[in-house]
Ligand binder design. Structure first.
Ligand code: PEP
Ligand code: MN
Length: 361
């Protein structure tokens, strides 16, 4: 993997309407966009809609509106492709960046067909995360394009579908893209705050968060009249608002240049190392105690899982954490893991020794 956007002035910006709707809508949007700050203009030609009957894009004829607009204001064009025919048409019409949508990344057969269709082509390809929070599926799709010889590859984080109520349209679950980044540190990773937030008012906050996490760029939807947009109306910002968002974003250095700052950082990191050792010591102590209880339960033929104890642990620990200024939800999650490990350890004790357990007693 190669970070081919690192030569760009960071961050890489892809912006434009969700869909190319008409000559007027597209050229007016482009005229008002801060085009000098945008590396690629996006525009959906084919729209994967969840339900039939919604606007599905104008198809190849919309490329004519793109080309007419490019004559007045040159820009590189980016669009979503979902079939080998889309790829052939997009390349014929001069698209310079193609992205694979979240609903396509989920299907390895489709992804392989697209990768085969792109073999030997010199074009940038970005792969959105699959709709479901499955890192392997995302990685697998990226590998298929890499194996097909695409070198200008990238990943787009657009959030994940969730059944839980959420303030996000697609909750970001930041640890998934960050795991992807730690697996392929040089693979450009950009954030799509429009599809994560689903609301024009949330774009700035999510975009800043992504830059704070050292993302390589952003893909943001912008429309000359968002309220009239034929797709994703709620989340599109006006070109003027986009300009404001881009100029308000704070860019942080990815490394510390100042030597003093580096010293201070090294000291704090040493303290963090020590705190982590203390955490691990405490966990090891806890596991020893768990083992002692496991032996005791086995000797007395008592079930491993004691519902009343479990309830008490899960009631008290979030409160204890909160008193220390820790997020109770985080503490719950932590104890779910610890409890799972404790049950596993005690099960091993029961299984490696001779006596059989009747967990119903
Ligand atoms: C889009 O970019 O307009 C789009 C349909 O995105 P996603 O695949 O993330 O839903
Ligand atoms: Mn959209």
């Amino acid at each position: 993997m190669e970070n081919w956007v690192s030569g760009y002035e960071k961050p890489l910006i892809i912006a434009g309407p969700c869909s190319v709707e008409s000559q007027k809508q597209f050229s007016e949007t482009i005229e008002r966009l801060p085009i000098q700050e945008i590396h690629y203009v996006r525009g959906g030609i084919w729209k994967p809609r969840t339900r039939p009957g919604n606007f599905e894009g104008h198809g190849a004829k919309a490329f004519e509106w793109v080309k007419t607009t490019q004559k007045n204001e040159p820009f590189r064009f980016a669009t979503e492709v979902a079939t080998p025919e889309h790829i052939a048409q997009a390349l014929d019409h001069g698209a310079e960046l193609l992205w694979i949508g979240a609903r396509t990344t989920v299907n390895p057969f489709h992804v392989q067909q697209l990768a085969d269709a792109l073999r030997g082509k010199d074009v940038a390809v970005f792969i959105k995360n699959p709709v479901n929070p499955d890192l392997s599926l995302w990685k697998g799709a990226i590998e298929r394009f890499a194996d097909a010889g695409i070198t200008r590859l990238g990943a787009i984080h657009r959030g994940f579908h969730s059944h839980q109520p959420s303030r996000y349209r697609n909750p970001p679950i930041w640890q998934i893209p960050l795991e992807l980044k730690s697996h392929w540190p040089d693979l450009p990773l950009i954030c799509d705050p429009s599809h994560i937030g689903g609301d024009a008012g949330m774009i700035e906050e999510i975009a800043q968060r992504a830059l704070d996490l050292d993302y390589d760029g952003l893909m943001i939807e912008s429309h000359c009249q968002p309220e009239k947009a034929l797709s994703d109306a709620k989340q599109q910002v006006t070109p003027e608002r986009l300009r404001e968002i881009l100029s308000g974003l704070e860019l942080r250095a990815s490394t510390f240049s100042d030597v003093l700052l580096n010293d201070e950082l090294a000291q704090i990191r040493q303290q963090i190392d020590q705190a982590d050792k203390d955490i691990l010591d405490a966990i090891a102590t806890r596991m020893d105690l768990v083992k002692r209880i496991g032996d005791y339960k086995k000797d007395n033929n008592v079930a491993i899982f004691q519902i009343s104890r479990w309830k008490e642990v899960f009631r008290s620990r979030p409160d204890w954490g909160q008193e220390l200024g820790l997020d109770p939800e985080f503490i719950m999650e932590l104890y779910r893991q610890i409890h799972q490990q404790s049950v596993k350890k005690q099960t091993a004790i029961f299984n490696t020794q001779d006596k059989q357990v009747d967990s119903g007693t």
